[in-house]
Design a protein around this ligand. Structure first.
Ligand code: SF4
Length: 354
């Protein structure tokens, strides 16, 4: 397979991924938000299926031109916690280190869509990277560094090796985590050289792979993930709950099981963020909770992610249920009730037996 990336309406039209009648609107979307659809993902799309879950995530849609009043430029509030270029320090024990604004694919629901794309500054300059590393060195409470972006794995093995080496030499940094879509979007980039570059001596490198539908785990994507796992890097999955992509019990359950079969532990199920032009892909929280209830008890505990929301304004991530713990009673007679996965309630501690 050639590794061509589709980057504009004309190319998408030539590949039958949009209709000629949609071309003008898609050109407007592409002028506003970055577009890239690598061949590995384009090959997974069924152009005859108007609701193909892969196309829905990556092929631009005229609906992106519609903005809702509550949608934000920076929905998770990175800027509010950025003490210097390339660093986001929201929680005490960890920082994000954003090495690049480029991605292998541009997801149509991206929470950083105003910041990512080839027309944005490409990578941290050497000076800015040195300052970011100095910041981490100077903050002894930073236990974990999360490489994110953009997508850090679009960078060369040489650049990544240098960053990993610098992080590995910081005594108080015990864990490095990499957030990436590359094993799914462009699995050919996961070469033995790149895998070696990500490994640290005596410290773990976790790789959090962004996957939203079981069909994204193509044979090539599975091989790329296996190469990372075989090299000793624990794999996690981050999934965004998306309308028309994975918001059914069947689609979400199949995804979670497929991830675990690929040695990828489902970590977070993100409620979609309020990024501009993404209302058509968002669900409501109540349906997300119903889906989580449907997974609980029916799928192995290994297949259960945490359902979380990044609170707009930079207030961090919170689990958003469902909640199985209920307090009842009043006037000092408080009781605790636990709901089971069938929705039945049980007093805790249980009533004494005669
Ligand atoms: S790979 Fe991540 S940062 Fe890049 S467009 Fe997709 S969601 Fe956004």
């Amino acid at each position: 397979m050639t590794r061509q990336t589709l980057r504009n309406a004309a190319q998408l039209c030539d590949r039958n991924l949009i209709a000629p009648a949609e071309r003008a609107a898609v050109e407007q979307v592409a002028a506003r938000y970055a577009v890239a659809l690598p061949s590995a993902l384009a090959a997974l799309i069924d152009p005859s299926d108007a609701s193909d879950p892969i196309a829905r995530q990556f092929v631009p849609d005229a609906a992106e031109l519609e903005q809702q009043p509550h949608e934000l430029n920076d929905p998770i509030g990175d800027d509010a916690h950025s003490p210097l270029e390339g660093i986001v320090h929201r929680y005490p024990d960890r920082v994000l280190l954003k090495l690049t604004h480029v991605c292998a694919v541009y997801c149509r629901f991206c929470f950083r869509r105003e910041m990512v794309g080839p027309d944005k500054p490409n990578a941290l300059s050497a000076t800015a990277l040195a300052a970011a590393l100095d910041y981490i060195r100077a903050h002894g409470q930073v236990w974990e560094v999360i490489l994110t972006g953009g997508d850090p794995l679009v960078l060369s093995a040489r650049r990544l090796r240098a960053v990993m080496k610098a992080l590995g030499e910081i005594e108080h940094v015990k864990v490095v985590r990499i957030h990436t879509r590359v094993p799914i979007a462009d699995p050919a980039r996961i070469t033995p050289d790149l895998v070696r570059a990500l490994k640290l001596k005596g410290k773990p490198t976790y790789v959090a792979v962004h996957v939203n539908h079981a069909r994204e785990l193509s044979p090539q994507a599975r091989a790329a993930c296996a190469a990372l796992a075989d090299a000793g890097m624990p794999l996690l999955a981050q999934t965004v709950l998306l309308s028309g992509v994975n918001d059914s019990e069947e689609a979400l359950g199949e995804l979670m099981r497929t991830l675990v079969e690929c040695r990828i532990k489902p970590y977070y199920l993100h409620h979609a963020d309020m990024a501009h032009g993404t209302a058509h892909l968002r669900t409501d929280i109540a349906s997300g909770q119903d889906l989580m209830r449907a997974l609980r008890g029916r799928l192995s505990g290994l297949c259960q992610p945490s359902y979380v929301l990044d609170i707009p304004g930079g207030h961090g991530k919170s689990p958003i249920g469902p909640n199985y713990f209920v307090r009842t009673g009043s006037n000092g007679s408080e009781r605790v009730v636990i709901e089971d996965y069938n929705g039945q309630r049980h007093a805790y501690p249980p009533p004494a037996l005669d």
